[in-house]
Design a protein around this ligand. Structure first.
Ligand SMILES: *[C@@H]1O[C@H](CO)[C@@H](O)[C@H](O)[C@H]1NC(C)=O
Length: 389
């Protein structure tokens, strides 16, 4: 497992609550549909929204018992804490009053304490994917607070990967500073971070500084062959041939790139990036769910490690992003995304929750067996369902 060896650190929003301080496109039309997807009984929207918000609040309260204010991390898990932070900011985006008392403490505490964790400096360690998760987290925190300190933190971390881009024999970004691999995760993260920075810092430090990186990263990724014939993304490329290794498919690789492509469509005005995002998202929903529509990580059959336990939430979070923010989203695709989030959130809460602890296997069997990874990952989907319902 090239990128998962042991020791791997490896908005139809409630629009009244949204107040972006910069000029990101708002959803052109809230995706209000006459009919939800087929798998769910008709839901009373008002009741459903309140339920998902209540589940999110309960799950977050549980998650906070694992927050360490001395390190600014949850269970001292490194890249996973960047994802927990992103989930909190996503919830704040949709329901600020429900989470402000927590995030008003957590955002500044994590910014102050986490950068030097484990001897690191400025959120930099040996892994470009880890660094870029923090870039995405701080961009999202900036989005919901408007505080440019967070955005500047994100762009500062990004420089480390930017300086390394293109130095592998296959181009793109190395996964790690030991140069053991090149693959999907770090290159999707790079594209997404660059596209988001392009929309928030279009002319700083110079015109198109981040936009050019995003286009470069897209061209490399699209040309890499990492997207296979089923529109699923394999995790690695073979360094001797620079070709798709045809090996592992992970849910997060199907998710990370989605918001990057949607933001690249905003930045460029070119809708083909949205088309690719929907193709990849729908392929993930088709191929990586069980017969009940429940998202399933391939490792669940044999046991997922602490990294893999994080992955599914990343996909769900990005489905919510497309539903809420992507331009030109076809109504039927929007309905599929909404249904996906609701079906999975319902399964998590009904079948895989005990004492507000959320497990790995959302169709049941791991209720109450929570880690910070399974908890924050499941919360991504519950927050997503709350935001779209
Ligand atoms: C839109 O982007 C795609 C992918 O990069 C490219 O092939 C196409 O030429 C672009 N279209 C326009 C009108 O620029």
């Amino acid at each position: 497992m090239l990128q998962l060896s042991s020791g791997l650190r490896v908005l139809a929003l409630l629009s009244t609550t949204i107040n972006f301080s910069y000029a990101l496109p708002q959803p052109s039309q809230p995706h209000r549909l006459a009919k939800d997807g087929l798998q769910l009984p008709r839901l009373d929207k008002r009741v459903a929204t309140q339920d998902y918000v209540a589940y999110a609040v309960a799950g977050i309260d549980q998650m906070q018992t694992w927050y360490n204010a001395a390190t600014g991390l949850w269970s001292n898990a490194w890249w996973n804490s960047a994802n927990a932070l992103t989930m909190l900011a996503d919830f704040q985006d949709c329901f600020p009053s429900m989470v402000n008392p927590i995030t008003s403490q957590v955002f500044p505490t994590t910014l102050a304490k986490a950068p030097a964790f484990d001897g690191y400096t400025g959120f930099l360690n040996g892994f470009y994917d880890d660094e870029l998760w923090w870039v995405l987290a701080w961009i999202k925190v900036y989005d919901v607070t408007g505080d440019t300190t967070y955005l500047d933190t994100a762009s500062s971390i990004f420089e480390d990967a930017k300086n390394a881009w293109g130095t592998s024999p296959c181009g793109g970004l190395w996964w790690d500073k030991a140069h053991t691999g090149v693959g999907a995760v770090e290159n999707e993260l790079y594209l997404t971070a660059a596209a988001k920075l392009a929309n928030r810092k279009p002319s700083s430090p110079s015109d198109g500084y981040y936009y050019d990186e995003a286009i470069k990263a897209y061209d490399w990724f699209y040309g890499s062959g990492l997207i296979n014939s089923e529109n699923l993304i394999n995790n690695g490329i073979v360094l001797s041939t620079c070709k798709n290794d045809g090996n592992l498919v992970f849910t997060y690789n199907q998710g990370i790139i989605l918001s990057g492509l949607a933001e690249l469509a905003w930045a460029s005005g070119n809708n083909s990036y949205n088309d690719l995002a929907n193709t990849l998202a729908l392929a993930g929903i088709d191929h990586l769910t069980n017969s009940e529509g429940i998202l399933t990580e391939p490792c669940e059959a044999t046991g997922c490690d602490g990294d893999e336990q994080q992955f599914k939430g990343v996909f769900g979070r990005n489905i919510q992003f497309l539903y809420s923010r992507a331009t030109n989203l076809p109504a039927a695709t929007a309905a599929t995304y909404k249904n996906f989030l609701q079906v999975n959130a319902n399964a998590i809460w009904d079948d895989d929750q005990a004492n507000n602890q959320l497990g790995l296997d959302w169709s049941g069997g791991t209720a109450g067996m929570a880690t910070i990874q399974t908890q924050s990952s499941a919360l991504d989907v519950i927050v997503g369902a709350a935001c779209v319902s």
